[in-house]
Ligand binder design. Sequence first.
Ligand SMILES: Nc1ncnc2c1ncn2[C@@H]1O[C@H](COP(=O)(O)OP(=O)(O)OP(=O)(O)O)[C@@H](O)[C@H]1O
Ligand SMILES: [Mg+2]
Length: 383
Amino acid sequence: MAMTINQKSKRKIIPVASGKGGAGKSLITANLGLRLGAAGVRTVVVDMDLGGSNLHTYLGYRNKHKGIGNFLSDTKTRFKDIIVQTHVPALRFVPGDVLVTGLSSPTPATRKKLIQAIEAIDADVVLIDLGSGTTPLIIDMFLLSNSGLVVTTPEAPSVLNAYSLLKNVLFRRLQEEFASSKRVASYLKEIQKDKTPGSTPTLRDITDGIKKIDRKYGARATKAISQLKPYLILNMMIQGEDFRIAESLRDLVDRNLGIGLESLGAVFQDPACSMAVRALQPLTDFAPESPAAVQIERMAQKIAQSESFPEMPLDLEEYDSSYGLTSIEIAMDLETFRTSGDSHVAGDARDEEFLEVISTQKREIDQLKGTIRTLTAGADSPF
Ligand SMILES: Nc1ncnc2c1ncn2[C@@H]1O[C@H](COP(=O)(O)OP(=O)(O)OP(=O)(O)O)[C@@H](O)[C@H]1O
Ligand SMILES: [Mg+2]
């Protein structure tokens, strides 16, 4: 089994992808890395957005270091030569290909070289900032873990591209699983090529097709897919109601792809993000009390506190769903940031309605209690 890195070692490899560009991958990856580092978690952030490397900006650096471009173009450059120490002792950074470019579609051999280098990194957490889209590099990197992060905004094109990213991940996973069976491989290639509108097969259709080739393959396909546990981050939320689109995506992914998409958290649209970039400072240093910084830090805590990410880090008895937990967090944040005037997140009638729905449901009140307990328990943590 190739795809069980998170099970093999305590180290967590966490790729960050989004179907559509500009969803906030780099901002979130950089600041997750900074907060994990601040908590003493030995972390490495890798800029794997070849052709569009800009992770250094979100870390507050000008680009001047050798990076993956040098590693790939110069055989004398070893991977450990391009790992840069940041101002946070526990955080290191691997720059992309700003200095040496032209590598955005690496060959299978180059992809393998990159994967081996990443697997060899000595750290507790390795965060990989991927480019947007569904290139083989992105899909292969995403499959380095069973629990990559998918970032989307609430806008339909972004959500749909997140869906197609996951669909490509599923196909690739199956291709790997059945690499030794020519008949399954060519069957998968055939149905993936078919672009007829409405012809997209569901996982059920695919496993049925695979079963027809060999009966015992059906269960194997289902098992391979059920191991995938990607996490969703809904970024640039404007109102509480936006979260419903995340729940719709979860339902669609479950129904059509058979993949259980969990929620890691939500991040409000926050003007502090662009202010920080202009000040050439990381968001969580520049405006640590801003909504986006607080929300990213909360996600970092979830990753840090989880012994075996992707398992939910918090007391499972308190939360029957990661989406329920995120709803509670959003409700709390809407209250906090609306009253403090820190945010321009609209406090309109729909948010009132959203808060009402939340507060009338007993199950969720129970969850809220759990969240508060967790937050207070973390009061003496390094955050
Ligand atoms: N929560 C947010 N609120 C406001 N602005 C944000 C937020 N998240 C990201 N941004 C801004 O959106 C822009 C895109 O963010 P970012 O570069 O992180 O996206 P990306 O997914 O990495 O894009 P690409 O696909 O081009 O690599 C940046 O200007 C960033 O500052
Ligand atoms: Mg980016």
